[in-house]
Design a protein around this ligand. Structure first.
Ligand SMILES: [Zn+2]
Length: 303
């Protein structure tokens, strides 16, 4: 097979998107890539279970198709990044896991996070210089970027990617943008959050830390999707009587900060996490040495 390209209009892309064949999600991947500022600069492959195709030994032909297409897109379009876009309530992943994962959102998140991390490692084994993003889409189209242990290219530090370009430094203009985006209580989802911070760096000449500080000062914290995931996490930590300890709140607050792109200060994240726990019907475990065992660590945050 020969593939002809017009030299006048070279076909270039910087991202190879792997999404699922589920007919409920036809528009969403395009919307996400637009939000990330990559409209028209990605090539997309749809395959059942998305990241599942990279790591499912029961379907070797699917893995082969995925790796062959990635190699082809690299050669033809020069892609340097792979974005895996899994989604909740995925029939292919449910069938592979042998249970209806959506019955337990925290379990579902854990299964997808594991699949996606392994898929990222497989990409990096074949293409050590490629960057990988792993994401999970909700049924309402909100996308969560998941923590990834295998995603950054070797030797490439996050700071290097976020280093400000030659843009004119303009923190006021970025603060104005943040206020607009979060006006009337609107809260961006994690992908939009990242795109917003990236805009502060690329177009307003800020460092990543400055952009985060401005974001925290001029807008609210991460959106409903983040709160739902923190609630799901906390409920997995609760004992049989629905009680959690302060260490669970600390871990929940760290998760919340990650999900909101680091826009929240530690103490604010902790207060919000306690409120989320309270809203989810969870109760504090008494902590400290008798006779000083107390639930005050929890109640302080609800005042
Ligand atoms: Zn699916």
């Amino acid at each position: 097979m020969t593939i002809q390209q017009s030299p006048a209009t070279p076909s270039v892309a910087d991202t190879f998107v792997v999404s699922c064949i589920d007919p409920r999600f036809v528009e969403e991947p395009a919307q996400l890539l637009r939000a990330l500022g990559r409209a028209g600069r990605y090539s997309e492959m749809r395959i059942a279970g998305a990241a599942l195709a990279a790591v499912n030994p029961a379907q070797p032909a699917w893995s082969t198709a995925l790796w062959d297409n990635l190699a082809a897109s690299r050669q033809l379009h020069g892609v340097r990044r792979v974005t895996f876009l899994n989604h909740r309530d995925c029939g292919a992943v449910n069938a592979w896991a042998g249970r209806k994962l959506s019955a337990n959102p925290a379990d579902e998140l854990a299964v997808h996070a594991d699949l996606l991390n392994r898929a990222a490692a497989e990409v990096r084994r074949r293409h050590p210089d490629m960057e990988v993003e792993i994401t999970l889409m909700d049924l309402d189209g909100a996308v969560q970027v998941l923590p990834c242990q295998h995603c950054a290219p070797q030797g490439l530090r996050a700071e290097a990617v976020e280093a400000p370009l030659a843009a004119q430094r303009n923190p006021k203009a970025f603060a104005e943008l943040v206020r607009l985006r979060t006006a009337h209580g609107a809260q961006p989802d994690p992908a939009q959050e990242r795109a917003l911070l990236a805009t502060g760096v690329r177009e307003h000449g800020l460092t990543a830390e400055e952009a985060r500080q401005i974001r925290a000062r001029h807008g609210g914290p991460g959106g409903a999707a983040a709160e739902r995931d923190v609630a799901a996490y906390l409920s997995t930590r609760a004992d049989k009587r629905g009680r959690i300890g302060s260490a669970d709140v600390t871990a929940g607050a760290q998760l919340y900060r990650r999900l909101s792109g680091g826009a929240l200060r530690e103490q604010d994240a902790r207060v919000r996490t306690v409120r989320i726990a309270f809203g989810a019907g969870l109760e504090p475990r008494a902590e400290g040495f008798w006779p000083f065992r107390t639930q005050g660590w929890f109640n302080r945050h609800l005042a």
